[in-house]
Structures are given as C-alpha cells and as structure tokens.
Design a protein around this ligand. Structure first.
Ligand SMILES: Cc1cc2nc3c(=O)[nH]c(=O)nc-3n(C[C@H](O)[C@H](O)[C@H](O)COP(=O)(O)O)c2cc1C
Length: 234
C-alpha cells in the first residue's frame, strides 16, 4: 500500500516535470524579463546549475568613445536609444535586463579621453608602465553576491589597467566569476586566466566565458541571452 502511494507521487512528479520542457522555459524567457522568483528552489524543471539572479552582480568596465565614430579604426560605442554606451556596457545592460541581477560599473577617479586615438595612446602608456589608475568606488554589499558576471574590453591583448586596479583591491573569495569581454578583432587572449590569477580564492569559470567582437555587438542581444541561458539564467 505504501509502495503504491510512492509510485503515484512519483508519477505525478514526472508529469509535472514533463509539463515544463526546456523549450517552453526558453520561450517564456524571450517574452518577459525573468524575475528573481523564477529561480527559487523547488520549481519543476530547473537544473542544479540554475543561478539565482538575486545573488548575482554584473560588474563591468567600459569606455564609450564619446569623441565620435572612427570609421577606420572602429569605435568603442553603441548608440542605444540616443545614449552613447560602450560595447561591454551594452552587453552588461542586456545581461541586467535578461536576468534582473544588480549592476556595478567600475569607474576611475581620473576621466579617460573620449577620442579613440588619445584613448589608445593613454591605454598603451598605462599598459607599458604597469599603471594602476585609482578606482572611484567599490562594491559596498559584496557579501550579498555569490556569482559575478565580470565584463571588460580587451586592451593590448590584456585587461585594461583600471581592471587590474579593481581586481587587485577587491576580494571575490568563494564567489563564482563568469567573465565576458568585447574586443576589436583579437579574441585570443589570456584575460580569463589573468582574472583567475588576480582572484585566486574565487572560482573563475574559464570555459563558460563570452567574448564578442565590437562589430557584432549591436546585433548580439540574442547571443547574450543564449549565453545567459547556458550559464544557468532561465
Ligand atoms: C587602449 C585600447 C587598446 C585596445 N587593444 C585591443 C587589443 O589588443 N585587441 C583587440 O581586439 N581590441 C583592442 N581594443 C579594442 C577594444 O577591445 C574594443 O573596442 C572594445 O569593444 C571596447 O569596449 P568598450 O566600448 O566597452 O570600452 C583596444 C581598445 C583600446 C581603447
């Protein structure tokens, strides 16, 4: 009698699981932005790698080139509803919209030039001198987060100097860091490994990072959404 009751319960559970197929979950996420409650424990169909947006922080560094579009060298900017945003910033905004996670922008005390050539010159100089530009602000409530989506542009096949400053100062111990980046054509870098070196007490998910060429950023919303689904944000 007890055995048959268990079987009935199991059958009902299987039916409920079958009712929420992965395809349906994907359709729902396309229709509306997920809320934190969609990741609560106990929802049928969720996998163990499901991530909780309420304990996720999107941290990014990005420099929109306000000096105008350089048709030859390419530009680090996207015009979004009239607002000029950086390429990495655009990806971070989409991740925020898709997941509902909090957003934190790394900013330096000193302003960088908006002009492409001047910016490249300054970035190159900082890279050569191992500069550590001063960071304007840090994360107050870092203990609230378990997962960090960490975005940055590629500078000189490396992390920008302000990202070094930030990662050397901040402590992401015991958190999972999933990197994302944008670049101007050279996607082959060791930046994910560098982030892991700078945060030895964190788990850096090197295999599941995302990198997008700046030329593809304006059309990359779906790619970003697919990546977020892949890393556990339904
Ligand atoms: C100082 C500097 C150095 C750069 N170095 C590289 C590089 O080595 N390889 C590359 O593919 N792109 C390089 N780029 C291009 C940026 O990675 C690309 O434009 C990126 O999308 C900028 O992102 P953002 O708009 O979020 O700042 C560099 C850009 C700057 C400003």
């Amino acid at each position: 009698m007890e055995k048959s009751a268990k079987w009935i319960l199991l059958s009902i559970t299987m039916l409920l699981l079958a009712a929420c197929t992965p395809d349906e979950a994907q359709d729902n996420s396309d229709e509306a932005l997920p809320t934190n409650s969609s990741n609560e424990d106990g929802n049928a169909g969720f996998t163990s790698s499901e991530r909780d947006a309420s304990s996720t922080l999107i941290v990014y560094y990005s420099l929109p080139e306000t000096g105008g579009v350089d048709a030859v060298a390419g530009s680090s900017r996207v015009v979004n509803d009239g607002e000029v945003v950086g390429n990495t910033q655009q990806v971070a905004y989409w991740a925020e919209e898709q997941t509902g996670a909090d957003l934190f922008q790394i900013e330096t005390v000193a302003e960088y030039p908006g002009d492409h050539d001047e910016l490249v010159e300054q970035g190159t100089e900082e890279h050569e001198n191992d500069s550590r530009p001063e960071i304007a602000d840090y994360i107050d409530n870092i203990d609230d987060y378990e997962t960090i989506l960490f975005g940055h542009p590629i500078w000189l096949a490396d992390l920008p100097s302000p990202v070094y400053s930030f990662l050397e100062d901040v402590d992401f111990s015991d958190k999972t860091i999933i990197p994302f980046s944008t670049h101007g054509g050279n996607a082959v870098t060791d930046t994910k490994e560098t982030i892991a070196d700078l945060q030895p007490q964190a788990e850096v998910d090197i295999d599941n990072g995302l990198t997008i060429s700046r030329d593809d950023v304006p059309e990359a919303r779906q790619e970003v959404n697919d990546w977020l689904t892949q890393i556990g944000f339904e």
